[in-house]
Design a protein around this ligand. Structure first.
Ligand SMILES: [Zn+2]
Length: 350
């Protein structure tokens, strides 16, 4: 099978790997779409994955083969790459490590993943794609579940004002999840005009361009001089954590969603007297996926906003896309179709 293999030093190569064979209790999935995640882009930027790794963890596809003992799936069943309930006693390795450190342990989890034509999963790890959800939308349920978890774990209550810093895929889903949870005002700071437009489309009340206006002053003003109860930090840009603390309401909360890989400066004297707390949300639980599916059904989360704007690339496009995504970007969501023909082949066909 073809796969985009990480070779180290910010470089991918599309290589032929043996098609994996599902072992007992495993399924082989023919990947349909694999969304590009900011976490993979960060891993690339900091050269964190071990050489030989195949990244990608937001995907949809069809069961291609089932391993011995698998009864819950049959060939061609549509599945998304996560959301399943681990059987009792099953520990997800590494992630449950009592001192789990994403920088040193995260990028080595499951080293062959979905920027490939096929991917292996345990039969319980994947869940069925409901009929009304498209393959493209299903590939985006993972980031939607990350957003749902961040809102679920935050202190936000119905009627609260919230701010979202960064309107990439995660920020755009946080806007919708916060809305669904009853936020009365959702204010978004995002430098890209395309992403600001998308934020308004998915339900933000106001958007701020932080390169033109001070986001702290703007959000405080929009919330009647008080600041939002909860600020979701979905950017991990250099100033955003500090901005989050500075704009939060007295007694409010900063919910860290984006993963910053570099020291980020905060000046506590500016905000600690308002007794702001910091919380973090990481990854997803099966219940977050179930919540996403029910919110999609209730039309409270619209995955299609991202799905229609998604730029689809082949495996060969990953290198260029990642190089573009480590710089400030106007793209909203990039999705890999591992079965897209390589450029040479398509050129020779014309
Ligand atoms: Zn992700």
């Amino acid at each position: 099978m073809r796969a985009a293999v990480y070779k180290g030093k910010q470089s991918f190569a599309v290589e032929d790997l043996p098609r994996p064979v599902p072992g007992p209790g495993e399924v082989l999935i023919r990947v349909k779409y694999s969304a590009v995640c900011g976490t993979d882009v960060h891993a690339f930027l900091y050269d964190a994955p071990p050489p030989g790794a195949v990244l990608g963890h937001e995907y949809s596809g069809r069961i291609a083969e089932t391993g011995p003992g698998v009864t819950r799936w049959k060939k061609d069943d549509r599945v998304m790459g996560g959301g399943g309930e681990p059987p009792p006693g099953t520990q997800v390795p590494l992630r449950d490590h009592p001192r789990f450190d994403y920088r040193s342990m995260g990028p080595s989890i499951n080293s062959v993943r979905s920027y490939a034509e096929y991917v292996i999963n345990k039969d319980w790890e994947v869940i069925a794609i409901p009929e009304e959800v498209s393959d493209m939308e299903a590939a985006l349920c993972e980031p939607a579940a990350v957003a749902v978890r961040a809102v679920r774990k935050s202190a936000a209550r119905i009627g609260d004002s919230v701010a979202v810093l960064g309107a990439g895929p995660i920020g755009l889903f946080v806007i919708q999840a916060a809305r669904a949870a009853g936020a009365a005002g959702v204010y978004v700071s995002e430098p890209s005009a395309a992403r600001r437009r998308a934020a308004l489309e998915v339900g933000a009340d106001a958007v701020i361009d932080p390169t033109a206006n001070d986001p702290v002053e703007s959000v405080v003003e929009l919330t009647g001089g008080l600041g939002p109860e909860v600020v979701y930090e979905c950017a991990s840009a250099r100033p955003t954590l500090s901005q989050a603390f500075n704009m939060a309401r007295r007694g409010g909360q900063v919910m860290l969603v984006a993963i910053a890989w570099e020291p980020t400066a905060v000046v506590p004297v500016e905000w600690m007297a308002r007794e702001i707390s910091l919380a973090a949300s990481f990854g997803t639980d099966p219940r977050d996926w179930a919540t996403v599916l029910s919110l999609i059904r209730d039309r409270k989360i619209d995955v299609s906003v991202m799905a229609t704007d998604a730029g689809t690339i082949g495996l060969e496009g990953i290198q260029e896309t990642f190089e573009a995504l480590i710089k400030p970007t106007t793209q909203i969501q990039m999705v890999v179709d591992p079965w897209a023909p390589p450029p040479e082949r398509s050129a020779s066909n014309t």
